[in-house]
Write a protein of this length. Structure first.
Length: 354
C-alpha cells in the first residue's frame, strides 16, 4: 500500500511539475518583451460587450524606446468622463456635439498629442464641437458600438475613419496586439442560418495584456492564474488565425456593419461620412466602394499620393501611422467635403448623396 501511495504521489508531483514547466514556457518564457512603457492611469478597461474601451477620466503616458529605425518618442493621452480623447485632464463631455468621430489608431492619433489629431483640427476647421471616440486597434465593429453608446450626444455628423485592415479586424475575435496571445474583442459572427451579428469578446484580454506589460504576476498565485490565462489567450489566438473567414465573408461583415452604422446615424438624425485613410499610400480595397452602398465615402488615397509626389512624408518613420502633416491634410480634406456637401446642415434625416 505504501508503495502504491508513493507511486501516486510521484505521478502527481511529476504531473504538477510538468504543468508548471509548461505554463512557464507557454505563459512567460516564449512571450517576448515589447518596446513600450506605460505610465499614469490605465489606458483601457475591460468591457464585456466590446472588449476594450478607453478608461474614462484618465491620464496616461506612453513611451516607446528607440529601435533600429526610430527614435524614442512619447505622448500623453487624456480622456473625458465618457472616454473621448481630450486636450487636458479633468474635462467633462458636453451635452451635445456637432461631430462624433470613431475609428482606430489612425483616427485616435497614435504618437500625437490630441491637439495634433485630425479630429481636433477638424473642430477648428469647421468651428464645430467634436468628440473623438476612436481607439487603437479598433475596427468597424467597435466603432459602431461606440457610436451607439454615445448617440445621446446628438451629433449632426458621424465621421468614421476606415483603413484596409478593418476588413480583417471585423471578423477576428482577437484585435492586433504586441503579444502573441488574444486581445479579445467583439467581432462579426454568423449563426447556422447565415445571419450576421456582433459576438462579444471571448475573455478579458485587457487584463491579460496589462498584467503582462506591468509584470504584475510575481505572487505565486497570480503567476499561476495569469500563466494559465496567457495559455488560454494563446489558444484563442491560434484558433482565430486558423479559422480566418474568407474574403467574401470579410466583405459581407464590412457591408453589414456599415449598414448598421448608417441605421444608427439615421436614428439620431446624423449624417454619416466614411473616410478611407491610406496605409503606406495604398489604395482602398476594391470591395469598399461596392459594400458601402450609398453612404458618403471620402477616399483620401489621391490626396495622400499627391502630397507624396510633392516630396512630403505623411507617415511616422519606422512605424507607419499618419504623422502630424497627415492629420493636417486629413482635417482639411474632411472639412472641405463637409462644407461642399452641407453635412452639418441637415439634422432631421440623413442626406442622400447625389
Amino acid at each position: 500500500m505504501n508503495k502504491v501511495i508513493k507511486t501516486l504521489l510521484l505521478v502527481l508531483v511529476s504531473t504538477a511539475a510538468s504543468l508548471l514547466v509548461g505554463i512557464a514556457i507557454a505563459g512567460y518564457l516564449t512571450v517576448p518583451r515589447i518596446p513600450l512603457i506605460s505610465e499614469g492611469d490605465r489606458l483601457l478597461v475591460f468591457d464585456p460587450e466590446i472588449g476594450a474601451i478607453a478608461n474614462p477620466g484618465s491620464q496616461a503616458r506612453r513611451i516607446y524606446p528607440a529601435v533600429a529605425d526610430r527614435k524614442t518618442f512619447a505622448f500623453d493621452i487624456y480622456t473625458d468622463d465618457r472616454g473621448a480623447r481630450v486636450d487636458a485632464p479633468g474635462l467633462q463631455s458636453p451635452e451635445r456635439v456637432d461631430v462624433l468621430v470613431v475609428g482606430d489608431s489612425f483616427t485616435w492619433g497614435y504618437a500625437l498629442a490630441n491637439e495634433q489629431t485630425y479630429a481636433r483640427l477638424l473642430s477648428r476647421e469647421l468651428e464645430a464641437s467634436v468628440s473623438n471616440f476612436a481607439m487603437a486597434a479598433y475596427g468597424t465593429t467597435q466603432s459602431l458600438q461606440l457610436l451607439r453608446r454615445n448617440g445621446d450626444l446628438s451629433p449632426k455628423l458621424v465621421v468614421y475613419g476606415i483603413i484596409a485592415h478593418h476588413f480583417e479586424r471585423n471578423v477576428s475575435p482577437c484585435l492586433p496586439s504586441y503579444y502573441p496571445f488574444c486581445f479579445s474583442a467583439s467581432h462579426v459572427a454568423w449563426d447556422d442560418e447565415g445571419q450576421a451579428s456582433i459576438a462579444p469578446p471571448q475573455s478579458n484580454g485587457v487584463q491579460r495584456f496589462q498584467r503582462h506589460l506591468a509584470g504584475d504576476f510575481l505572487h505565486p498565485v497570480t503567476w499561476l492564474l495569469h500563466g494559465i490565462d496567457v495559455v488560454r489567450g494563446r489558444i484563442e489566438y491560434g484558433r482565430a488565425a486558423y479559422r480566418t473567414p474568407s474574403d467574401e465573408k470579410k466583405e459581407e461583415a464590412v457591408g453589414y456593419l456599415l449598414r448598421e452604422m448608417q441605421r444608427s446615424a439615421d436614428e439620431i438624425g446624423a449624417n454619416l461620412l466614411v473616410v478611407y485613410l491610406p496605409t503606406n499610400y495604398y489604395s482602398a480595397p476594391e470591395a469598399l466602394p461596392r459594400v458601402i452602398g450609398d453612404i458618403d465615402l471620402l477616399d483620401l488615397t489621391e490626396a495622400f499620393q499627391r502630397e507624396r509626389e510633392k516630396g512630403a512624408n505623411l507617415y511616422i518613420v519606422g512605424d507607419g501611422h499618419p504623422n502630424q502633416a497627415a492629420h493636417e491634410l486629413i482635417s482639411r480634406e474632411i472639412a472641405k467635403y463637409v462644407r461642399d456637401n452641407g453635412l452639418l446642415e441637415v439634422t432631421n434625416s440623413r442626406r442622400r448623396p447625389g
